[in-house]
Write a protein that binds this ligand. Sequence first.
Ligand code: FES
Length: 167
Amino acid sequence: MSNNRVSRRQFLGYTLTGVGGFMAAGMLMPMVRFAVDPVLQQKDAGDYILTDQAVADLTEEPVRVDFAYEQVDAWYTSEVTSSAWVYKEGDKIVALSPVCKHLGCTVNWAADPEHPNQFFCPCHAGRYEKNGQNVAGTPPLGPLDEYEVEERDGFLAIGAIQVNTLV
Ligand code: FES
């Protein structure tokens, strides 16, 4: 017979500790799950945003296409509006980000009368070729980013932003 007998007082202590721990875990688990839930959610990286721009209306002249999408930031969902400069090059649809690679101002197509076939940034006179290549000697140090695009039922859909593949 063993001398390691558990006293009634010890047994009660172990039991209460076990039950208390179990109850605490039951209360804490939903709170922890709620706290980390946004981190665990899968992002739909391949999602495209449908615009109201008919692909048939696109030409070789860049046009500004505005679009909006919901942005989920942890528990906060907001509607974000953005735009792209879109044109056709043969059968290919090109969509460039309007965000200047110098300090982030918005570039416009043909806004500088001296360079009518370029994108122009009004903040510091940055310029880009039609394919987004930054013009040497102007402040931007890199080309405009490019959006992935798709045609859906005749309309333009804008996808993820990526580095410019045209330059
Ligand atoms: S922010 Fe565009 S040139 Fe400076």
